[in-house]
Ligand binder design. Structure first.
Ligand code: CA2
Length: 165
């Protein structure tokens, strides 16, 4: 069973209580429930966590190695400031999808740059909470394709060279 870690950054615990015109009406516990439910349908074990502290995100990313197959992260405002989170993602080398509820590229100039995008498998922005479900599907497809590829390589290497020719 695939294991994915879903991380939410600062202020996302306020979802559903303020700024519904930008971030929608769903609360974070509701979003987490829908991610976990979709994970169950896809055969993925999901763990979700939120923090307002940058270093905590760094530690959780570092500790993901060996416990998770991939990471989904909405680093919130740290997207635009955190070299530490970028370095942790690069160091842990787990496929990571960056998610934003809003379309950061249509918003203020300072939100257009992401320190995370360069080390992420991909970025999903502007689809609200559905973005997390799309990220689940994307990671499941990526990891499924990778394990099929490594199985195929293993099968090939077990086949005697004479048969392979
Ligand atoms: O669109 C996103 O998901 C963001 O990551 C959200 C961050 C923002 O700094 C990024 O540029 C884009 C802000 C999260 C704040 O969440 C709130 C939720 C409710 C009320 C106030 C803030």
């Amino acid at each position: 069973m695939l294991r994915l870690l879903v991380l939410h950054g600062p202020n996302l615990n306020l979802l559903g209580t303020r700024e519904p015109s930008v971030y929608g009406q769903m609360s974070l516990p509701e979003i987490d429930k829908s991610i976990t439910r979709r994970g169950g349908e896809l055969g993925i074990a999901v763990q979700t966590k939120q923090t307002n502290i940058e270093g905590e995100l760094v530690t959780w990313i570092q500790n993901a190695r060996g416990h998770f197959d991939g990471i989904i992260i909405n680093p919130a405002a740290y997207t635009h400031t955190s070299i530490a989170i970028r370095d942790a993602i690069a160091a842990v080398a787990l496929p990571t999808v960056e998610v934003h509820l809003s379309n950061i590229h249509q918003r203020e100039e300072f939100r257009h740059h992401s320190y995370i995008a360069g080390v992420a498998l991909g970025q999903i922005a502007g689809f609200g909470p559905t973005g997390y479900l799309l990220a689940l599907e994307a990671l499941a497809a990526h990891l499924g394709a990778r394990s099929t590829a490594s199985r195929t390589r293993a099968d090939v290497s077990k086949t005697p060279a004479a048969v392979r020719r």
